[in-house]
Design a protein around this ligand. Sequence first.
Ligand SMILES: Cc1cc2nc3c(=O)[nH]c(=O)nc-3n(C[C@H](O)[C@H](O)[C@H](O)COP(=O)(O)OP(=O)(O)OC[C@H]3O[C@@H](n4cnc5c(N)ncnc54)[C@H](O)[C@@H]3O)c2cc1C
Ligand code: SF4
Length: 350
Amino acid sequence: MSRPVLVVGGGPSGLSAAHALAAAGQRVVLVDKADRLGGAPILSGYAKLVPSGEWARDAIGGMVRRVETNKLVEIRKGVTVKSFTGSPGDFRAMLSDGKTVEAGAAILCTGFTHFDSVNKPEWGFGTYPDVVTTTQVEQMFSSGKGVRCPSDGREPERVAILLCVGSRDRQIGREWCSKICCTVSANIAMEIREALPRCNVYIYYMDIRTFGLYEDLYYWESQEKHRVKYIKARIAEVTSDGKRLLVKGEDTLVKRPISIPFDLVVHAIGMDPNIDNMTLSAVFDVKLQKHGHIEKASTYSNMSESSRAGVFVAGAATGPETIDDSIAQGQSAAMAALALVRSALLEAAE
Ligand SMILES: Cc1cc2nc3c(=O)[nH]c(=O)nc-3n(C[C@H](O)[C@H](O)[C@H](O)COP(=O)(O)OP(=O)(O)OC[C@H]3O[C@@H](n4cnc5c(N)ncnc54)[C@H](O)[C@@H]3O)c2cc1C
Ligand code: SF4
């Protein structure tokens, strides 16, 4: 029998890798540092997902249940990997609970860390309770309570969503685009308009990147059907006049200073590299790319390979990714790992 494949991280990419391997009859050990599986969509309480409109708890929760009930998948929650030695087909992982796993290959599906808005203090987060993040708005929807101003629980009449918070920002060392936040923000804006039809929602942007088919479904739909307003602006600061929050900056289309009052300001936070990546790089002996994501060895011939043979990588661990692409990459990495452990088995039998 071949050795199991070690999958590190049980978010969308890790769940899809584990499922694909088990579906092919391959044993898997799935390790996650959190005490529940599901990754960011479950751990951060996302509401309805883009683009399917399914609740995260149903869509990703279903992927969790599929893996948790599979006898070929052994799950270790609340655990990290402390050391990883050996060679392809014959690795040995020491876990933080003191147990050892012998594995034929490993797949790193360790995802990302949400940008912490306290690193953008001039935009009001941490100073004003009614400046929140997109994850907080997702949690308001998924809890069933709806969107409210945290300071006093009232329904907001005016909401501003600020894009690119912690992305495309050289001043704070985040040069990448987080790919999905324009679309997620347009989706949130439409949901707010549906739930609170009298509420005006404004999206402040540098550029809109509702890529591919999302342009029509989210960018145009949000404006034409839901009357969401878009302002192309450079934001200077978020302050308060004592009654309402003020978003101050320059309207870059008309080149004039603007200061507009709001009840609720939402930061569309980006996807940072996982804060564990330095440790993961040392433990698994894999290279990181210049921004701190786990480096892929090849873009085309085998997109799942890391810089170390037998260690594969998938999903947002490699850079900002959507859920569907993370799932596809998990399956791709599963295929590569399966090919490796099966060929090691054949060689041993010869
Ligand atoms: C606000 C927001 C909303 C979003 N909404 C959508 C959406 O609607 N649709 C969409 O397509 N995408 C959305 N995304 C993107 C989505 O979150 C990612 O595509 C997805 O979570 C990536 O899945 P993943 O499995 O690669 O990583 P993650 O979801 O980050 O999962 C990684 C897993 O690895 C575990 N882990 C991390 N480090 C270690 C370690 N050292 N040891 C062991 N385990 C570890 C974590 O606990 C976690 O369970 C959104 C992103 C943001 C920021
Ligand atoms: S997807 Fe949109 S909001 Fe997110 S970083 Fe890119 S341009 Fe900014």
